[in-house]
Design a binder for this molecule. Structure first.
Ligand SMILES: [Zn+2]
Ligand SMILES: [Zn+2]
Length: 166
């Protein structure tokens, strides 16, 4: 999805607002089962003393999979985006700027990149999710299971050291 910025590229103070929706069905994240809504992208690009500044918001709703207990849960995602845009790079190594293509900004690339970079690798159904017992698979949020706690294998090695001391 391209945003036409040609009208403000050379006009300090010029503003181009945007409000668009982007299909997320082709994006796959391990922690997300599905997106329940398109990515809603709103904001504006403003020419501030010759520098094009993009500021906006991303939001969507999704069904996540808890990385500890594997339960599915709904989550609303909201992100702020901020980007500097330039028609040409003065300095090839300066990656702070997003490069325009003939005065157009590829909003999918800008918004999609922000989404990917900010998406949590692991989603938790709640911050203190206890997860599943690695032995019997019981959801420990529902209460403890009957498995005995395994000793930390490192403690066993330390135990050997103590044995040798005797
Ligand atoms: Zn969980
Ligand atoms: Zn167990």
């Amino acid at each position: 999805m391209l945003l036409d910025l040609r009208t403000i590229i050379n006009i300090p103070g010029g503003i181009v607002p945007f409000d668009m929706e982007m299909d997320l069905s082709k994006l796959h994240f391990d922690s997300v089962k599905e997106f329940l809504a398109p990515l809603h992208v709103t904001g504006q690009v403003e020419n501030r003393a010759g520098v094009l500044v993009l500021e906006g918001h991303l939001s969507t709703d999704m069904t996540c999979v808890c990385s500890r207990c594997l339960k599915e849960f709904p989550k609303h995602l909201a992100l702020k985006i901020y980007s500097l845009l330039a028609n040409e790079l003065q300095d090839q190594d300066n990656t702070d700027y997003y490069l325009l293509d003939n005065g157009f900004a590829d909003m999918w690339e800008i918004a999609g990149t922000a989404l990917v970079l900010n998406m949590e690798q692991r989603q938790l159904c709640k911050p203190d999710c206890k997860g599943l017992c690695p032995k019997c698979g019981k959801d420990l949020n529902d209460g403890p299971c009957d498995c005995r706690e395994d000793r930390d294998p490192r403690l066993a090695v330390l135990g050997q050291l103590l044995e040798n001391d005797k």
